[in-house]
Design a protein around this ligand. Sequence first.
Ligand SMILES: Nc1ncnc2c1ncn2[C@@H]1O[C@H](COP(=O)(O)OP(=O)(O)OP(=O)(O)O)[C@@H](O)[C@H]1O
Ligand SMILES: [Mg+2]
Length: 250
Amino acid sequence: MTRVIAITGKGGTGKTAITTLLIKYLQNSNNTTLAVDADPDTNLPETLGSEDERTVGDVREFMLNERDNLPPDSNKESILESKLFEVINEMSGYDLLVMGRPEGPGCYCYINNLLRGILDRLIENYDLAILDTAAGLEHFSRKLIHDIDDLIVVTDGSRRGLRTAERIRDLVDELETKVSNVYVIANKVNESNKETLEKTAKELGLELIGTVPQDEEIAEMDLTGSPLFEISDNSAAFNEMKKIAARLKI
Ligand SMILES: Nc1ncnc2c1ncn2[C@@H]1O[C@H](COP(=O)(O)OP(=O)(O)OP(=O)(O)O)[C@@H](O)[C@H]1O
Ligand SMILES: [Mg+2]
């Protein structure tokens, strides 16, 4: 069984950074991992250091444009499947799949239905699938991908941030996507407010599985445009990710 972990939270809280640190951690594990960039804004390849620009969106467009030109007896599902395999980027220690832009105008129902089935089967080939998602929960429909085992809500280290995480947790039950566990990671945290944060999370009944510090190395890498994936193994942020992975039992 594949374990599907999705990272969510408000804009700019650090979803892509947390996903990147988790993928870095998993690179050397015994698990086979699929990293999925499910944000149409597509930031994950950059932080992982991939220059591959192929996306699932391209496959969808290709199929929409070509399907009337294909021989009538051709198996569209297997064509779509082989095209999808072409956009999987084999990185060192994991695979990367970028969803890319959402559909434009046009009738995509048929293609989306096929794609959903193919993506579900694809994910089953891995021990772990890690999804970086766009801010908000609106896109968490069956249209996206698979049910989710662990939803990780990334928030900043403020009380307001935790309140937002609380709201997200409470919304989860209304989603079309099935979610088994909800965890919270507070990011860009200062040591001085860590204790208060943990106390507040407890009061709100949130399962806080990590507090990732504001890390100057991340800020600097961001400025110089270096992929976050290359952060040092003993950086404060990556050290916390090792603890988070242990708490998640991965
Ligand atoms: N722990 C950290 N320490 C320092 N800087 C951080 C940390 N985490 C994230 N950042 C920085 O904060 C900014 C936002 O991070 P990131 O892009 O991961 O957020 P996001 O939630 O994915 O944003 P979006 O909603 O746009 O997808 C980036 O400039 C990133 O380098
Ligand atoms: Mg992001």
